[in-house]
Design a binder for this molecule. Structure first.
Ligand code: NAD
Length: 414
């Protein structure tokens, strides 16, 4: 992959394709594309060795016409303003596709959470919230966890906000259940991936029974998607994480990988599959590929070697426009991120609703409502895909962008 297509370039192209299909003017496109507000902060954190290190954090609020800005906070060494900007824009279209009363936002801190001690991680999380609190709020901007962050990080940020404004669970989602988190939130993005994968196979007259699948990224999204796909009868044949990859054409159980990773923190030494280079895993035989790690991994260079007939995007922006063109010409079904990974923000919305009403729903209720929302969105996108004879990605962007445009018009912003 050289030079690497950035997340921002990917979303820019996808947005421009949609705007061209929708026939919007340049002025309308500009209003819809440019972010409402971008905040950058540099803050010192006392490290365990007594030194002070400066961390840089970002929050981009892309579009709030349909409701409070909504989007996760990512901790990763690759975080920069362009990446956060791209991911914030993706959230605007995603929340509109699932018809949630939210806009789109995203945040991030440039850091490697794996190298931070628990105390340092807490200080980085609290520092971010203490610098950003003025632009956050249950009716203004509601973050949640993303790559490199988790329920504990959300709890620290909620506490930091609540110190200033009083008890405010609805300011952030993805919290621990004991602190107002929703049952079902932890697995929601992975569950959503399974739900739309099942719908895509059913559209093709197939079921998930016996489907061989590869997951790239085995964190929150990848591991939960794998567990739930397996429960539907699919067979895991390959897994990659940041340090390596494993493959076995006979398949292996999700639980055995989870416990191996739990015990050793590495895929190395896993007895039931061979170690393969991470890049090669994407080209191994399978029916379904679930990218669930980072953006820009499926490129014009490697798309031709992908053997999967279906790609369901758990990660945000994993596919470059060049790869999309290859998949389209080869008839590979790509269910785009802004639909396929919308399960997380959907249950985040349920969490927010429960917090505002001080209610707690049962897990079955959460899962049922999630399936209803996602299948509704899948049907809406699929209908546009057939009507306009465009890819599912183009149809999804057309749907999301047109719903945001309508809200902007009704508010008088267009
Ligand atoms: P996570 O931090 O829990 O896990 C990330 C996984 O990706 C880890 O297994 C890590 O080892 C792996 N990884 C990182 N870089 C990699 C690389 N270069 N090659 C292979 N593997 C790599 O993160 P997550 O919450 O599971 O998020 C994964 C993706 O899903 C991100 O793109 C995120 O934006 C997206 N997403 C997450 C949610 C959510 O609810 N967590 C919702 C929507 C979208």
């Amino acid at each position: 992959m050289s030079p690497k297509t950035s997340a921002y370039q990917i979303i820019r192209q996808n947005f421009e394709d949609a705007v061209a299909l929708l026939g919007y003017s340049e002025e309308t496109a500009r209003i819809l594309h440019l972010p409402f507000r971008e905040m950058q902060t540099n803050y010192p954190v006392r490290m365990d060795d007594g030194s002070r290190r400066v961390f840089t954090g970002y929050r981009v609020q892309h579009n709030g016409a349909r409701g409070p800005f909504k989007g996760g906070i990512r901790f990763s060494p690759l975080v920069d303003l362009d990446e956060v900007r791209a991911l914030a824009e993706a959230m605007s279209w995603k929340t509109a596709i699932v018809n949630l009363p939210y806009g789109g936002g995203k945040g991030g801190v440039t850091c490697d959470p794996r190298t931070l001690s628990p105390l340092e991680l807490e200080a980085v999380s609290r520092g971010f919230a203490s610098r950003m609190h003025a632009i956050l709020g249950p009716h203004r901007d509601v973050p949640g966890p993303d790559m490199g962050t988790n329920a504990q990080v959300a709890a620290w940020m909620m506490d930091e906000y609540s110190r200033r404004y009083g008890y405010s669970p609805a300011v952030i989602t993805g919290k621990p259940v004991e602190m107002g988190g929703s049952l079902g939130r932890e697995a929601a993005t992975g569950r959503g991936v399974m739900i739309v994968a099942k719908a895509a196979f059913e559209t093709a007259g197939r079921s998930l029974q016996g489907v061989r699948f590869i997951v790239q990224g085995f964190g929150n999204v990848g591991s939960n998607a794998a567990r739930l796909l397996e429960a539907e009868g699919a067979v895991l044949v390959g897994v990659a994480d940041i340090d390596g990859a494993i493959y076995s054409e006979n398949g292996f159980s999700v639980e055995s990988v989870v416990s191996h990773l739990g015990a050793t923190r590495s895929l190395q030494g896993y007895p039931e599959a061979d170690l393969v280079p991470v890049d090669e895993l994407l080209a191994k035989p399978c029916d379904l590929l679930v990218p669930a790690a980072i953006e820009g991994v499926l490129t014009g260079e490697n798309a031709g070697s992908v053997q999967a007939e279906f790609i369901v995007e758990g990660a945000n922006l994993p596919t470059t426009p060049e790869a999309d063109a290859v998949f389209e010409s080869r008839g590979v079904t790509v269910v785009p991120d802004i639909l396929a990974n919308a399960g997380g923000v959907t249950v985040s919305y349920f969490e927010w609703v429960q917090n505002l009403k001080q209610l707690f729903w049962k897990e079955e209720e959460v899962n049922e409502r999630l399936a209803e929302k996602l299948l509704g969105a899948y049907r809406d996108v699929h209908e546009l895909h057939l009507k306009h004879r465009v890819s599912l990605r183009k149809a999804a962007y057309m749907l999301g962008v047109s719903r945001v445009k309508r809200a902007e018009e009704l508010r008088g912003g267009l």
